[in-house]
Design a protein around this ligand. Structure first.
Ligand code: C5P
Length: 241
């Protein structure tokens, strides 16, 4: 596996070409943490490794349960091999419990439960601070059609059910999370990007403690020790199986 040139550098990852494999990419997880669309920034030694290992475990778990994603394999502590996709500029957020932007946007009390879970779409556009959009906006702003968006939402709910169950077994409530989808060369839409405590809200189901990027957003303590606990709990769970 020969790492090729840098294709793109995002806030949390670098994306590299793979020599001789035009349909694959290497994602290299950085130690940078950003919040509020990059307005708050810091670096945490070991964060890239933790998010790479956590995301790899989660995509493996989903693959075993018939949820295809771009993930191919973990290459080393901070890098993973993925199928090349063209990312659809949508952030698909699933919410089980109210927290974060929805509490501010709609005046809903934190901790209120959504049953059934809510899906929100955001337009992935830094210059606009990723505004919330509806389905019609998504058809206009992206290349997805109605059948594809419906299937993206079904997939998001399926992922929610699987991950809520996985995290529950590790003593965590899955509050909400964000997914991204991309198109493979043949046009098929698959789950892409990462699923980690950077992109999920996870609360300890006994203490209610926040165990995700809110620790950084809200200055609640040491991010790395919290992410280590998430990885450890996932490892214990997957080893026990
Ligand atoms: O900020 P908000 O409450 O809308 O976030 C909902 C969920 O989506 C949270 O789990 C957050 O970590 C995730 N998210 C993300 N990337 C963004 C925006 C939100 O991973 N750009």
């Amino acid at each position: 596996m020969m790492k090729g040139s840098l294709l793109y550098e995002g806030k949390a990852k670098r994306v590299y070409h793979v020599e001789g494999q035009p349909e694959q990419l290497i994602l290299s997880y950085k130690n940078d943490a950003t919040a509020f669309n990059g307005k708050k920034k810091d670096q945490f030694e070991g964060k890239g490794r933790l998010n790479n290992l956590i995301t790899s475990k989660i995509f493996d778990y989903l693959k075993q349960r018939n949820i295809p994603s771009h993930f191919i394999e973990e290459l080393n502590d901070t890098e993973q091999l993925v199928a090349k996709t063209t990312i659809i500029p949508l952030e698909v957020v699933v919410r089980n419990i109210a927290a974060g932007s929805i509490t501010r946007r709609l005046g809903i009390q934190e901790k209120e439960r959504f049953n059934p879970p809510l899906i929100e779409l955001f337009y992935k556009k830094d210059e606009l601070d990723d505004p919330i959009i509806n389905d019609q906006h998504a058809y206009h702003l992206t290349d997805v059609n109605k059948a594809e968006l419906d299937s993206i939402k079904d997939k998001a709910l399926e992922v929610n059910a699987l991950l809520a169950n996985l995290f529950k077994q590790t003593g965590l409530d899955l509050v909400d999370f964000k997914l991204e989808f991309g198109r493979l060369a043949d046009g098929t839409i698959v789950l892409a990007d990462e699923i980690s405590p950077d992109t999920c809200r996870l609360w300890d189901d006994k203490t209610g403690e926040k165990m995700d990027k809110d620790v950084f957003r809200e200055n609640l303590g040491d991010l790395i020790s919290v992410y280590k606990i998430i990885l450890q709990r996932l490892e214990e769970h997957t080893c026990a199986k």
